[in-house]
Design a protein around this ligand. Structure first.
Ligand SMILES: [Zn+2]
Length: 258
C-alpha cells in the first residue's frame, strides 16, 4: 500500500516509514540470528559415544538380557566391545584437546564432565518384530514394526568380567544355563532325604503332612533360574499343589523380564 502511495505521490513521507520498517526487521533478524549463534556456541559440543546393540526376541517367552549378552559374547567374542572401549578412550583424548584449545575452557570442561557416562557405555535392548497390516487401494499390505521390550546398559568392566566367566567354562553355555546345570547336579537323593526329614515331611506352605513321600517335592526357595543355589538353606518341602502354584506365579507368560 505504501509503495502505491509513493508511486502516485500521495503520501508525504513514505521513505521514513518504509525504511524504519526495514531497519526494525533487520534488527530483529540480526537479534534472532545472534541468539541462535550464541546458543550454538554455548551448547555442549560433546556427545558420548554409546555402544548400541539390539537383540531380536520375537516369539521368545521371558527373554533375559544377560542370556542374550552371553550368547553374543560366545558367538562373537570380545573384539567389538574392546574396539568400542578403545574408541571411547580416543574420544576422551580428543575432547580434552578441544577443551585445552577452547576459549570457554571452564564451560567446556563442565560440559565434558556432564557428558561422561562410562557406567552406561554399552547399551543393549530386546526387540520384538511384529507384522502389522495396512489397507491401501483395497490391498492389504504387510509391514514390520520393531518394538523395544526391554533395555539396559552396562559398563566395560561388567562385560569384561562376564566374558572371563564364560571363558572359565569354555564358552560351553550361558552363565545362567551353566549355573542351572551345576545346581541340578548337586541335588542328590541324600540331600532330598535330608530336607524331607528336616521339614518333617510337611509342606511349608499349606502344612500338608506326607509321611509316605507321595506328592512331596523339594523346592528351591529362590529358583535356580534366578540364581538360587542347591543348599539346605535354600531348599524346602512343598506339596505338588503348592509347588505348581508357586511356579505358575514365577513364570507367568505375560511377565516381563526383570
Ligand atoms: Zn502345600
Amino acid at each position: 500500500m505504501i509503495i502505491t502511495d509513493y508511486r502516485s505521490g500521495v503520501s508525504d513521507s513514505p521513505y521514513s516509514t518504509q525504511s524504519l520498517l526495514i531497519v526494525v526487521a533487520l534488527v530483529i533478524i540480526c537479534l534472532v540470528a545472534g541468539i541462535f549463534i550464541v546458543k550454538k556456541i554455548l551448547s555442549s559440543p560433546f556427545r558420548y559415544p554409546y555402544f548400541e546393540m539390539a537383540f531380536d526376541v520375537s516369539g521368545k517367552r521371558n527373554p533375559d538380557i544377560e542370556d542374550y549378552i552371553d550368547k553374543y559374547l560366545i558367538e562373537n567374542g570380545f573384539d567389538a566391545i574392546e574396539r568400542h572401549h578403545n574408541r571411547i578412550i580416543i574420544w576422551k583424548k580428543s575432547c580434552e584437546q578441544l577443551i585445552q584449545t577452547s576459549k570457554l575452557k571452564k564451560r567446556r570442561a563442565n560440559q565434558f564432565a556432564m557428558c561422561i557416562d562410562d557406567d552406561n557405555a554399552f547399551c543393549f535392548s530386546l526387540c520384538r518384530n511384529q507384522t502389522r497390516y495396512r489397507q491401501s487401494n483395497y490391498i492389504k499390505e504387510a509391514y514390520s514394526v520393531s518394538t523395544t521390550v526391554y533395555e539396559d546398559s552396562f559398563d566395560y568392566n561388567w562385560l569384561l568380567s562376564r566374558y572371563r566367566q564364560l571363558q572359565e567354562i569354555n564358552f560351553e553355555a550361558t552363565l545362567s544355563d551353566y549355573h542351572k546345570k551345576e545346581q541340578r547336579k548337586l541335588m542328590t537323593k541324600q540331600l532330598r532325604d535330608q530336607i524331607a526329614a528336616r521339614d518333617n515331611y510337611t509342606c511349608r506352605i499349606c502344612g500338608k503332612h506326607m509321611p509316605d513321600g507321595v506328592g512331596l517335592q523339594i523346592d528351591h526357595i529362590i529358583p535356580v533360574s534366578k540364581g538360587g543355589k542347591t543348599v539346605p538353606s535354600n531348599l524346602q518341602v512343598l506339596c505338588s499343589k503348592c509347588n505348581g502354584a508357586k511356579k505358575a506365579r514365577i513364570f507367568r507368560p505375560s511377565a516381563s523380564p526383570q
